[in-house]
Design a protein around this ligand. Structure first.
Ligand SMILES: Cc1cc2nc3c(=O)[nH]c(=O)nc-3n(C[C@H](O)[C@H](O)[C@H](O)COP(=O)(O)OP(=O)(O)OC[C@H]3O[C@@H](n4cnc5c(N)ncnc54)[C@H](O)[C@@H]3O)c2cc1C
Length: 385
C-alpha cells in the first residue's frame, strides 16, 4: 500500500487477511463455479463487523474511514469479488440512511444493519432503465399512514438473501424536473414485496442478483428516507459516491491479483530456454499492469480521502471508478495472455477475474456515464466567465 495504516487499521486488515486466507480462499473456486451463496462466510463477515464497516460508531457500526474501507474492499476482491458485493451495496443503503435519514430512522435501522441482522442493498434499476434513473416507473402513492408501491426492479444485488432495500420510486410521476417527483424508501420484505427470478450471470457468481416485484406493497410513511418527498434521486446518488469508490477498490483488487499471479507465473514458465519473464514482450505487459494497479490505487485513495473530509467527490470517485474498472478488465486479459493455455483453464483463477471484471464497467453507473459526469464537473468547476 502507498498509505501506511495506523496500528488499529493494521489490526483490522490483519484479521481480515486471516479470514480470507483460512475461510475464503480454499473454497472460492467450488462455490463460484457452482454459483452457491456463501452463507457460512456471511456469518463470519457478520462476526468481523463488515456489515457495519462504515456505519458510525454511535449507531453500533465500526465507523471506519472510507480510506480504510477501500483497502478492505481491495483485499476482499483480490480473493473473491462477489463477497465484497454482499456488504458493499448493503453499506450504500446504510450510507443513504446515515447521511440523509431522520434521527429516528438512524436509531431504528443502523444498529440492525451494522450487526448484519438485517442485510440488503440498493434497488434503483428497472427493466426499462438503469442509466436514465429519472425514467423509473415504480410508483408510491400515499394512503393515510402508508405509501402503496407498485413496480418492478431488476438486477438487484442481494435480492434473494437480503431483507431490506433502499428503493427508488416516483411519488409524483408528473413532476418536472423529473427528479423532484422521486423518493427513496426503506423497503423491508413482506406482503406485496415479491422476489422474482434469480438472474444468471457471466461472473459475479455466488451473490444473488434478482428481479423484485412490488404489487400493492404497503410501506409505512416513516420509511421515507429523510421524511420528505422529492429528494430520492439526491439521496440515492449521494450513496453512489461511496458505491463508486467501492467499485474502484474492487477493480484495484482484481487488477492487483491478476498482476501478482502473472509476476509469479512468468518466473517459472520457461520458453526457448528461459523464463518468460525475461522476454521483453512479457516484461512490457507486466510493467503496464503494475502501473495500472498503482495509478488505480492512488485514484481510489484520493477519492476516499475527499469523501472522508466530507468534500464533494463525485468527479474523483468517477475517475477512480472509470480507471480502476478498466484496469481490472485489461489486467485480467493480459494475465490470461501471460498464462497462455492455463489462463483459459477453469482450474486456475484467471478465468474468474476475466468474467468478473467487466461488471465493474457497468455497475454504479456505466463508464460511459462516468465520462459524462467527469466532463460536466470539469466544466462546472472551471467556468470561463
Ligand atoms: C451483476 C449486476 C448487479 C447489479 N446490481 C444492482 C443493484 O444492486 N441495484 C441496482 O439498482 N442496479 C444494479 N445493477 C444494474 C446496473 O446498475 C445497471 O445495469 C447499469 O446502471 C446500466 O443500466 P442499464 O443496464 O439499464 O443500461 P442502459 O442504461 O440501458 O445503458 C445501455 C448502454 O447505453 C449507454 N448509455 C446510456 N445513456 C447514455 C448517455 N447519455 N450517453 C452515452 N451512453 C449512454 C450505457 O453506458 C450503456 O453502454 C446491476 C447490474 C448487474 C449486471
Amino acid at each position: 500500500m502507498t498509505n501506511t495504516p495506523s496500528q488499529d487499521d493494521a489490526l483490522i486488515l490483519d484479521s481480515l487477511e486471516r479470514f480470507l486466507a483460512r475461510d475464503v480462499k480454499p473454497y472460492v473456486r467450488e462455490l463460484e463455479h457452482d454459483d452457491v451463496y456463501p452463507a457460512e462466510m456471511v456469518e463470519q463477515m457478520k462476526a468481523l463487523g463488515l456489515f457495519g464497516a462504515t456505519i458510525p460508531e454511535e449507531y453500533e457500526g465500526l465507523g471506519l474511514s472510507t480510506t480504510l474501507y477501500a483497502q478492505i474492499v481491495e483485499r476482499v476482491s483480490a480473493v473473491w469479488m462477489s463477497l465484497s458485493g454482499i456488504f458493499n451495496s448493503h453499506l450504500i443503503m446504510a450510507a443513504a440512511v446515515s447521511r440523509f435519514g431522520t434521527e429516528e430512522q438512524k436509531r431504528t435501522w443502523l444498529p440492525r444493519f451494522a450487526s448484519g441482522e438485517l442485510r440488503g442493498g440498493l434497488a434503483l434499476t428497472e427493466p426499462d432503465c438503469g442509466t436514465d434513473l429519472q425514467a423509473i416507473r415504480t410508483t408510491a402513492v400515499r394512503e393515510g399512514s402508508h405509501y402503496v408501491i407498485n413496480g418492478t426492479k431488476t438486477w438487484i444485488s442481494n435480492g434473494i438473501h437480503g431483507h431490506i432495500f433502499a428503493l427508488l420510486v416516483k411519488t409524483d410521476p408528473t413532476a418536472e424536473p423529473r427528479h423532484r417527483g422521486m423518493s427513496l424508501f426503506l423497503a423491508e420484505k413482506g406482503p406485496g414485496f415479491i422476489v422474482g427470478r434469480k438472474l444468471e450471470k457471466l461472473g459475479y457468481k455466488g451473490i444473488d442478483s434478482a428481479e423484485l416485484v412490488f404489487e400493492d406493497y404497503a410501506v409505512p410513511a416513516d420509511r421515507l428516507i429523510g421524511g420528505e418527498e422529492g429528494l430520492g434521486l439526491k439521496h440515492a446518488l449521494g450513496g453512489l459516491e461511496l458505491g463508486r469508490i467501492n467499485i474502484a477498490a474492487r477493480g484495484v483488487g482484481i487488477a492487483r491479483v491478476a498482476l501478482e499471479e502473472s509476476v509469479a507465473y512468468a518466473q517459472v514458465r520457461k520458453t526457448f530456454g528461459k523464463p518468460i519473464a525475461e522476454h521483453q514482450a512479457i516484461q512490457i505487459m507486466l510493467a503496464d499492469m503494475a502501473t495500472r494497479v498503482e495509478a488505480g490505487r492512488l485514484l481510489v485513495q484520493s477519492a476516499a480521502a475527499a469523501y472522508d473530509r466530507g468534500e464533494r467527490c463525485d468527479m474523483e470517485a468517477g475517475m477512480a471508478k472509470l480507471f480502476a474498472s478498466e484496469a481490472a478488465v485489461t489486467n485480467s486479459l493480459d494475465a490470461m495472455r501471460i498464462h497462455g493455455g492455463y489462463g483459459y483453464s477453469k482450474e486456475f483463477n484467471l478465468e474468474r477475474y476475466y468474467r468478473d471484471a467487466p461488471l465493474l464497467c457497468i455497475g454504479e453507473g456505466t463508464n460511459e456515464l462516468q465520462r459524462i459526469l467527469i466532463a460536466r464537473q470539469l466544466i462546472e468547476r472551471n467556468p470561463v466567465a
